[in-house]
Design a protein around this ligand. Structure first.
Ligand code: MG
Length: 166
């Protein structure tokens, strides 16, 4: 069974969404570096690399199913965040939006009885649970910290989270 046109369009759109996520996280990482929050920046650089890996997985899947990969333009991310807290809040909101997109693709796969795509997407459903949990934890820590100097003190803890990611 080959991929439907609709599903292959959705997956191509998801490749753009994953690459856009990477771009947004890069912008966040550079902003955090400019705030001297080097470890938070490292977190978002790693996050960006992970998003590119997600895009690769979707691209490979299209090829495996005999469909075409069609890369789209990616909008420039904003860069005017004012605080680490604003960045963390926005990254959580962004991940929640990505989860919604992936759930919609699962709905489509099930409506089309496309079991292969359904099964392929479950990895991403689970991945989004982790992404949202990480983003929630980061935001909660920054909110608890409160002041800029306390956020700076948090970097040690964020470093341990990075190490735990392996
Ligand atoms: Mg992703």
């Amino acid at each position: 069974m080959s991929l439907s046109k609709k599903m292959s369009a959705e997956i191509n759109a998801q490749i753009a969404a994953e690459n856009e996520s990477a771009y947004i996280y890069k912008a966040m990482a550079y902003k955090l570096e400019s705030m001297n929050l080097t470890v938070f920046a490292k977190w978002f650089h790693l996050q960006a690399t992970e998003e590119q890996e997600h895009a690769e997985k979707f691209g490979k899947y299209l090829l495996d199913r005999g469909a075409e990969v069609s890369l789209k333009a990616i909008p420039a991310p904003k860069a005017n965040w004012k605080s680490c807290k604003e960045i963390c809040a926005e990254s959580l909101k962004h991940e929640q939006g990505i989860s919604k997109r992936i759930n919609k693709m699962v709905d489509l796969a099930r409506a089309e009885k496309d079991h292969a795509t359904d099964s392929f997407l479950i990895w991403f459903v689970n991945e989004q649970v982790e992404e949202e949990a990480n983003a929630t934890e980061l935001l909660a820590m920054v909110e608890l910290a409160g002041t800029a100097s306390q956020v700076f003190m948090l970097e040690g803890r964020v470093w341990r989270l990075i190490e735990a990611r392996g």
